[in-house]
Write a protein that binds this ligand. Structure first.
Ligand code: GLP
Length: 264
C-alpha cells in the first residue's frame, strides 16, 4: 500500500487523477479501452475535476472508456437526483466526456436484486475487469457500501446500510427517513480484482478509518483494510485524514525520496 500525503484537497485530486490517467493511458497504449471503477461521494470530486480538466485540455480521452459504479441505493425511483446513476451521470460521465452507453451502475430498481448483482459481476468480467478503481472511504471504514462485517471475499450483492452511513448520507436527502436502508454494492472481492485501486480521503472525520485501514489489522471490522492485500493500492490523503497515522512522517519521506518517474 502506497500512502501519499498531500497538502490540499486540490493536490489530492491532482495526484490521484494522475494515477488514474496513467492506468488509462497504459491500457490505451496497449490498444485497449480503459475500464474505470467509479466512486460517488464528496471525496473523489477533486479527482473528477482534474480528469475533466485533462479531457478538456486534450491530455486524456475517455470517450471509449468503460465505467462501472461501485454501488447504488435500492428503492429510489429511476431518475431520483440522489440515485448514484444520476450522481455518476452528473459528476463523472458528462464532465469526463464518457459515453453513457459504456457507463454502468448496479440496478437498484430491479425486481430481482440478486440477479441484478450477478449480472453486474458478469458485465465487469465481460469488459475484461476493472483497470483502475477509484475509492472513497466511509467514516466506519467502508468502501463502496461494504459495511463493517462484510466478507473480505464478497461479490456484488445487496447490503443493509449501517446507521452511521445513513446518518452521514442524510445531508443529501430532505430527512433521515428518506435515506434508503438497502443498497447494491460491488463486493470486497470485486474491488480487490481491480488491477489498481486509488483511494482518497480528506478531513479529520476520516482519520480514524484511514489509520485502521493502513495500520490496523486486516479485518472485516474495517472493510477497507482488505486493501493491505492488494498489490497496487494507492492511498492519497490530506494532512487531516493522515493525522492519526503513526508512520505519517515515514510515508512523507518515502514519497519525497522517490525518483521523479515514480511520482505523480
Ligand atoms: C458513500 C459511498 C462510498 C463513499 C463513502 C464516503 O456513502 N457509498 O462509495 O466512498 O460513502 O463518502 P464521502 O466521500 O462523501 O465522504
Amino acid at each position: 500500500m502506497e500512502v501519499i500525503i498531500c497538502d490540499t484537497d486540490a493536490e489530492v485530486g491532482r495526484v490521484a487523477a494522475a494515477a488514474v490517467a496513467q492506468s488509462a493511458r497504459a491500457k490505451q497504449a496497449r490498444g485497449g479501452d480503459p475500464v474505470l471503477g467509479l466512486a460517488t461521494g464528496s471525496s473523489p470530486l477533486s479527482i473528477y475535476a482534474e480528469l475533466a480538466r485533462m479531457v478538456g485540455a486534450g491530455e486524456l480521452d475517455l470517450s471509449r472508456a468503460r465505467g462501472f459504479a461501485l454501488d447504488e441505493y435500492v428503492g429510489l425511483p429511476p431518475g431520483h437526483e440522489q440515485s448514484y446513476a444520476e450522481v455518476i451521470r452528473r459528476t463523472v460521465t458528462e464532465p469526463l466526456g464518457m459515453d453513457p452507453a459504456l457507463v454502468a451502475v448496479p440496478d437498484g430498481a430491479a425486481s430481482d436484486l440478486t440477479e441484478a448483482a450477478q449480472r453486474y459481476e458478469a458485465a465487469i468480467v465481460a469488459a475484461g475487469g476493472i483497470d483502475v478503481q477509484i475509492l472513497g472511504i466511509g467514516g466506519n471504514g467502508h468502501i463502496g457500501f461494504n459495511e463493517p462485517g462484510s466478507s473480505l471475499a464478497s461479490r456484488t450483492r445487496i447490503k443493509t446500510l449501517a446507521p452511521r452511513t445513513r446518518a452521514d448520507n442524510t445531508r443529501f436527502f430532505a430527512s433521515a427517513d428518506e435515506v434508503p436502508v438497502h443498497c447494491l454494492t460491488q463486493g470486497l472481492g470485486t474491488i480487490m480484482d481491480a488491477r489498481r485501486a486509488v483511494l482518497v480521503a480528506q478531513g479529520e472525520q476520516k482519520a480514524a478509518a484511514i489509520a485502521a485501514m493502513v495500520e490496523g489489522p486486516v479485518a472485516a471490522y474495517c472493510p477497507a483494510s482488505v486493501l493491505q492485500f492488494h498489490n497496487a493500492a494507492i492511498v492519497v490523503i490530506d494532512p487531516a485524514a493522515a493525522s492519526r497515522l503513526e508512520l505519517a512522517d515515514y510515508y512523507r519521506e518515502v514519497y519525497a525520496d522517490k525518483p521523479a518517474w515514480q511520482r505523480f
